[in-house]
Every structure is written in structure tokens, then in C-alpha cells.
Design a protein around this ligand. Structure first.
Ligand SMILES: C[S@@+](CC[C@H](N)C(=O)[O-])C[C@H]1O[C@@H](n2cnc3c(N)ncnc32)[C@H](O)[C@@H]1O
Length: 273
């Protein structure tokens, strides 16, 4: 099966569990302060979420006052995002789209790849195309924020089972456990979910493959795409990467300002018509 078929198959099965697995309230508590700080200190007004999933960042950042658009390659995730965003009047801000095919509009101050999205791309060529898509969407001076697993750390420990969520609410119980298979060129997350409603347990397994992009490759590809000024963190508290050795990796990088020399060149070219 090619990677894009397996991606569509995974999200068609997982879409209705996704927001249980990653509850919006918990995510707001975890990520809110980070975004306020980074976006304010970089003078951001507009954001494109290039892997918007079920719409969490579109909603949270719109609530904070930013203009946010979202694209996602999965029609299932976009259907869910529209449902989630309807009451906020934001459902027309999201559409189906592939980040690798984004038209370079240079419209946004910030581009996002959150929630381990970039590692859905396999091969340096595709990762680079995705980064170039985000680069093209940004104005000069704009920033990209990438949040993903720290695969260097995961491969150091090669933990087979990672309990991810256990939650009891008025509706029932939700538990998610990751069983991970580590290979040289891919890592397979088998997600076991146990969702109990009205005393009836439902047990399912969903399987998703990722490209275990290591930190050095990501840094190299970001630079190749044109980004500079990389800052690397290990959590949303903005602790520098490597301090406590978490399994999270967050990178913030900038699309270089056009130099005055290049601006002049553009000006001369325009003048020539
Ligand atoms: C793990 S989800 C994360 C969603 C969201 N960013 C979040 O944090 O909740 C990854 C998403 O990336 C999307 N995706 C994968 N490849 C993509 C591509 N080439 N272009 C746009 N979206 C893509 C998937 O469909 C999926 O919705």
C-alpha cells in the first residue's frame, strides 16, 4: 500500500476518536501560553495551519484574535474540522489541500505543522517539498512552527508501549495505548483504544506509519528550504531541546527577510517591466 493510501485509511478510521485522544481543553492548557508568547513576540497577525486536522489550532488561535486559515490533505479530517468550527463561524476557513502543492502566495506571518504531522511525509524530497510549501505561504520575516515527536529520543529508548491517555468522564472511560514498532526507515504506531460508553466497552486498533525524521535531517532540510534562525525546544514551556529529554520536538524558524540588495533588484526588474 502506498503511504498516501495508508494515511487516508488511518484518518478515515481514527477521525471520530481524534479529539477524544487529544482533548481541546487539555491542549489549550498545554499549548496556549506558548502560542501567545511566540506569536506576539514575532508580530504575527495571520496564520496558515498547513496540517489543520480537526481544526484545534484554527479555533484556538482565532479565539486569540489571529486570522487563521487551514488546509489538510484528508477529506475526513476536513469534514470533522468544519463540524467543529461551524458554531464559531470558522468552517469556511478550512479546505482540503496538500501542503506540497501550496501556491506560493507569501500571505501569512506564520505557518504551522503541529501534532506530528510533517513525519507523514516519506523521503527527504517530500519533506523538503512540504517545507517549501510552508516557506512559499509565508511573507518575508514570517515564522514556521513545527511540533513533532523527537524520534532521536524515541529510538534511543525504543519503548514498546506508551500509555497515552486514560480519562474517566461523565460519558464513560477513554484509554489510548501506543504499541510501537521501530524500523530503520519507518516507525509504526499501533494505537489501541478502549472507549466505554454506557457500560459497553469498544476496543479498536488503528495503525499509522511515520517517517522517523531525526533532528539533524530536519535542521538540514529547513535550511535547504530557505529557513534560518532555528530555535529548538523540548516542550511547550520552551525548555531548550535536550534539557530533560522529552519525546517532543518543537522548532521555530524564520523565512529570511529580503535583503535591501534583493529589494533593489526586484525594484529594477519591475521598472524594466
Ligand atoms: C496527527 S494529525 C495532526 C493534526 C493537527 N495539526 C493537530 O495538531 O491536531 C496530522 C494531519 O496531517 C494531515 N496531512 C498529512 N499529510 C499532509 C499533507 N501533505 N498536506 C496537508 N495535510 C497533511 C493529515 O491528514 C492529518 O490530519
Amino acid at each position: 500500500m502506498n503511504p498516501s493510501d495508508s494515511l487516508h485509511r488511518f484518518y478515515s478510521g481514527f477521525v471520530d476518536k481524534y479529539d477524544l485522544f487529544a482533548s481541546w481543553e487539555e491542549r489549550k492548557r498545554r499549548e496556549g501560553r506558548f502560542f501567545r508568547q511566540i506569536l506576539q513576540s514575532n508580530g504575527v497577525e495571520s496564520v496558515i495551519d498547513c496540517f489543520c486536522g480537526t481544526g484545534f489550532h484554527v479555533a484556538m488561535l482565532s479565539e486569540m484574535g489571529y486570522h487563521v486559515d487551514g488546509i489538510d490533505i484528508s477529506p475526513h479530517m476536513i469534514r470533522k474540522a468544519k463540524e467543529n468550527l461551524k458554531d464559531m463561524g470558522l468552517d469556511d476557513r478550512v479546505r482540503v489541500g496538500d501542503v506540497k502543492e501550496l501556491v506560493a502566495g507569501e500571505k501569512y506571518d506564520c505557518a504551522l505543522s503541529m501534532g506530528n504531522s510533517l513525519p507523514h511525509e516519506f523521503g527527504d524530497e517530500n519533506v523538503l517539498k512540504a517545507l517549501e510549501g510552508m516557506y512559499g505561504a509565508l511573507k518575508y520575516g514570517g515564522i514556521v512552527i513545527i511540533h513533532m515527536e523527537n524520534f532521536d529520543r524515541l529510538y534511543e529508548d525504543k519503548e514498546r508501549f506508551i500509555p497515552s491517555v486514560y480519562r474517566r468522564t461523565g460519558d464513560g472511560t477513554e484509554a489510548f495505548i501506543f504499541a510501537i514498532d521501530y524500523y530503520e526507515d519507518r516507525v509504526v504506531f499501533n494505537i489501541l483504544s478502549l472507549i466505554e460508553r454506557g457500560g459497553k466497552p469498544g476496543f479498536e486498533v488503528d495503525v499509522v506509519e511515520y517517517n522517523p525524521i531525526n533532528v539533524e535531517s530536519l535542521k538540514r532540510l529547513l535550511k535547504e528550504a530557505g529557513f534560518s534562525g532555528l530555535a529548538l525546544y523540548e516542550d511547550f514551556m520552551m525548555r531548550p531541546l535536550g534539557r530533560d529529554g522529552t519525546y517532543d520536538l518543537i522548532v521555530v524558524a524564520r523565512k529570511r527577510q529580503v535583503s535591501d540588495k534583493r529589494k533593489q533588484l526586484y525594484f529594477l526588474e519591475d521598472a524594466k517591466g
